[in-house]
Design a binder for this molecule. Structure first.
Ligand SMILES: Nc1ncnc2c1ncn2[C@@H]1O[C@H](COP(=O)(O)OP(=O)(O)O)[C@@H](O)[C@H]1O
Ligand SMILES: [Mg+2]
Length: 340
C-alpha cells in the first residue's frame, strides 16, 4: 500500500519553553515507523502536520492509507485536526477519529464519561479562573495539572499540594502558563500502571506495565513527572524507574485493571490503539487518570512498545497490526454503507 505517515517533529528551539516539544515525535520514532512499514512491503511518504498545508497536500496526493501519529497544531482540538481533514477528504487513517481524540485530550471531560460508566477515576474539580471555591468533598493531598496536555507537561513534585494556599497558587500558575483550565484531583498513593490496548480484529489487552519509582529517591521525584519522563534513564539525575511487564499483581487485580482499561477504551470510542494510565490505590482500586489514543511509539523509550514486546511482538508487527486493524475497520465501514 501507499502510506503517508503524519507526525509532529520535535525541534531544537530555545525560544520555546523546555516542555514545548515534549509531545512531539523524535526523528528516531519516525524512522522506526517508516522502516517497519517498508519492511512489510509498503511505500511510505512522511509529512510534518505543523509544517505542511495538509489540505493542499492531500488533495494532490491521495494515499491508500495514512498512518497518523500527529499531535496537530497547538490548540484545544489539535489531535483531531489530521483525522478531521482526512475524513473530509475521504482518506482512511489509523487510530482514533476526531471525536475520541478531542475527548481524550480533555481530561475532565474524559473523567465525566468514566464516572457515567462507573469506571473509577480520582475525585476532581476543574478551575478555569482560579477564583472558584474549593469543593469541600476533595481530600488533600491534591494534584494540579493542565487539563489538556500530555507527556506530564506542567506536572512536577510541586504539583502535589497539601494546603489551600499552595493549591490556589498552583492553580493560577497553571492557568496562566498553559492558558487553559487547571484540573485538580485527589492524589492517589499506590502503584503506577499503564495498560495498552491493541486491536487485532478484536481489542486485545497487552501485558500491564508497572512503573516503579522506588529507585528514584535520590532525584526527589516519586511519580511520573515531566522531568521523570523527559530524562528517564539518566543515572546522574537518579531518574531510573524500573519497568515491570507484566506488572506484579495478583490474578484478580490484574483482571480488574485490564477490565477497567478495556471499558475506558470503549467508553471513549478509541480505535486500533490506546494506552490508559492508572493508579492502583492501596485498597486495590484501579483509578483511571486518562487515556492516550496516540501513545508514544519510540521503539526504545516509549511505554507502549514495551508492552507489545512483553506480548512477544516485534516493533514491525506492532506497527503492522495497527495498520491492518485500521484497514479491517475501513473495509467493514465500506461494506456497511454499501449494504444500506
Ligand atoms: N490523581 C493522581 N494521583 C496520583 N498520581 C497522579 C495523579 N494524576 C497524575 N498523576 C501522576 O502524574 C503522571 C501524569 O499524569 P497524567 O494525568 O497521566 O497526565 P499526562 O497526560 O501528562 O500523562 C501520572 O502518570 C502519575 O504519575
Ligand atoms: Mg499520562
Amino acid at each position: 500500500m501507499q502510506i503517508v505517515l503524519t507526525y509532529n517533529l520535535k525541534k531544537e528551539d530555545k525560544t520555546k519553553p523546555p516542555d514545548y516539544f515534549s509531545e512531539y515525535d523524535s526523528k528516531e520514532t519516525i524512522a522506526a515507523i517508516v522502516f517497519a512499514l517498508q519492511s512489510k512491503g509498503h511505500q511510505v511518504e512522511t509529512i510534518d502536520a505543523v509544517e505542511t498545508d495538509l489540505i493542499a497536500y492531500f488533495k494532490k496526493n491521495h494515499p491508500d492509507f495514512v498512518f497518523n501519529i500527529a499531535e496537530g497544531r497547538p490548540g484545544k482540538f489539535r489531535e483531531s485536526e489530521v483525522p478531521a481533514i482526512l475524513d473530509y477528504l475521504n482518506i482512511p487513517y489509523t487510530g482514533s477519529d476526531s471525536l475520541s481524540l478531542a475527548i481524550a485530550l480533555n481530561k475532565a471531560l474524559t473523567k465525566k464519561i468514566l464516572r457515567a460508566e462507573n469506571i473509577p477515576t480520582p475525585r476532581f474539580q476543574l478551575f478555569s479562573k482560579g477564583t472558584e471555591r474549593l469543593n469541600r468533598n476533595l481530600r488533600f493531598p491534591l494534584i494540579v495539572k493542565p487539563n489538556r496536555e500530555g507527556s506530564a507537561k506542567g506536572i512536577s513534585v510541586f504539583s502535589v499540594v497539601n494546603s489551600e494556599k499552595d493549591l490556589f497558587k498552583k492553580i493560577r500558575e497553571i492557568i496562566s502558563l498553559y492558558q487553559q483550565e487547571a484540573l485538580v484531583e485527589e492524589f492517589i498513593e499506590g502503584k503506577e500502571l499503564t495498560v495498552g490496548i491493541l486491536e487485532n480484529a478484536t481489542p486485545t489487552v497487552l501485558p500491564i506495565l508497572e512503573i516503579d519509582f522506588s529507585n528514584c529517591q535520590q532525584s526527589g521525584e516519586y511519580f511520573y513527572t515531566w522531568r521523570m519522563k523527559e530524562y528517564q534513564g539518566n543515572r546522574e539525575l537518579g531518574l531510573v524507574p524500573i519497568f515491570h511487564c507484566p506488572a506484579r499483581l495478583d490474578k484478580k487485580t490484574e483482571e480488574a485493571v485490564k477490565d477497567v482499561a478495556l471499558r475506558t477504551h470503549r467508553a471513549i470510542g478509541c480505535s486500533d490503539i490506546s494506552r490508559t494510565d492508572i493508579r492502583l490505590s492501596h485498597d486495590n482500586t484501579p483509578y483511571v487518570l486518562e487515556i492516550n489514543p496516540l501513545p508514544g511509539l519510540n521503539p526504545k523509550d516509549s511505554n507502549f512498545p514495551l508492552m507489545a514486546y512483553a506480548a512477544g511482538m516485534k516493533y514491525e508487527d506492532l506497527i503492522e497490526t495497527i495498520l491492518m486493524n485500521a484497514l479491517l475497520r475501513r473495509r467493514r465501514f465500506l461494506e456497511s454503507i454499501r449494504s444500506n
